[in-house]
Design a protein around this ligand. Sequence first.
Ligand SMILES: Cc1cc2nc3c(=O)[nH]c(=O)nc-3n(C[C@H](O)[C@H](O)[C@H](O)COP(=O)(O)OP(=O)(O)OC[C@H]3O[C@@H](n4cnc5c(N)ncnc54)[C@H](O)[C@@H]3O)c2cc1C
Length: 459
Amino acid sequence: MTAQAAIDTDRFKSLASTFSGVLLRPGDDGYEDARRIHNGLIDKRPALIARCRGTADIADAIAFARESGLEISVRGGGHNVAGRAVTDGGAMIDLSLMKGIHVDPGARTVRVQGGVTWREFNRETALHGLATTGGVVSTTGVAGLTLGGGLGWLLGKHGLSVDNLISVELVTAAGDVLNVTADERPDLFWALRGGGGNFGVASSFAFRAHPLRQVYGGLVAHPLAAAADVLRFYRDFTGAVPDELTVFAALAHAPDGSGTPVVALVVCHCGAPEQAAKDVRPLLEFGTPVLVQVGPMPYPVMNTILDEGFPRGALNYWKSSFMKALDDDAIGTMIDRFAACPSMMTNIVLEHFHGAVTRVAVTDTAVPHREAGYNFLVASVWADPGTTDENIAWTRATYAAQEPFLARKRYVNYLDDDEPRDAIPNAYGSNYARLAEIKRRYDPGNLFRLNQNIEPPRA
Ligand SMILES: Cc1cc2nc3c(=O)[nH]c(=O)nc-3n(C[C@H](O)[C@H](O)[C@H](O)COP(=O)(O)OP(=O)(O)OC[C@H]3O[C@@H](n4cnc5c(N)ncnc54)[C@H](O)[C@@H]3O)c2cc1C
């Protein structure tokens, strides 16, 4: 199969005669916008963009690409920094028009189609006072984030997004439409909870949701000069937080446009208001912050407070890994590296894993990262294409400096496009062999390979 196979006119006409979405080829109105994704570094030109409106469109687009010998890419929210949602010369199966959301308040479940973002999801669930774990930036897609695991503000109380998944409607490489649940296809359901886009195209997802209206959350920022003290305090404080309280730390730049480097603690407490105020108080009382913006807010608002830092079309290059431990040397190294950061839009982030996420066994889902601790993320973001080389070089050097403190455990959703060969095995650990075997059963020809690819073993 080549990415560049020519499109047969009769086959295309046959697809177009029943397709209910939009088919775009180079030169068509809307093509240029549709091929763009969140990461402005990605500049690929699909031979066909199939903007699906439903499951039948997805099935037809897969069949068309397979029969035409076109490489397939799948776009949910388009946020993946590695840019695997777009193919050069192949067929991009674009789900971003598929926005259906149905909340069942009695059953506390939510079914969403594959193009829904967390902002859209939260808006509908909030009408019923419900929420589930989603990403911390509201423009991220439900589909890709969930298929790779899904970490967010509610992970301590409700686990990862995959821990709340009830079912997936999946269109396979063979064109079968499967309802995948813990009872109907347990192996495949296990694999979909973390195994990414390897097993087919997910047209819809159903989640469990939980009663939640308000959270107690926001931001505390200290001057960078206090970073070592603040991060040590953060480590000790998060060592004993209740499930309801999740706190991420970031070396960042003040959001007021001044570019002042700061160390920020981003806080979300999803428990009762009096308890939340009590649990969060030590964070507010520590040191001499330059900014304290913490208080009650609707959960959907909490989900947007970092959005401005990640504008669509900005240039992104990320490196991340779970840490062995957040010891003083690791803290010192990240502060030293941040001092030389070339972009005011870049953050070094620590994401705290604790509570419900750690009470799921390693083999219960495909996501093996179930230990309490921290994920270290260098999220490099910049606007000027002339500084791309400098920003990428700084990111690589910063990650390399941190390597002595990193575990060989990677979060698959943060992998970039140039990772070493062991990155995907390290993302799945002891679950990799089982995933490869399930891949062999559902996609033996590796039709879905433009992803964080799990290669099917040869028979
Ligand atoms: C600004 C920003 C913030 C983020 N915050 C978080 C966060 O808080 N928590 C977190 O866990 N991750 C986060 N991520 C990472 C995010 O989970 C991944 O980038 C994820 O891949 C995004 O999913 P998407 O649908 O938006 O992306 P896409 O780029 O559309 O998809 C990514 C990949 O997923 C697969 N895929 C997507 N949709 C489908 C589908 N319907 N069926 C089959 N395969 C599909 C494809 O292989 C595709 O290449 C963030 C990323 C960014 C850029």
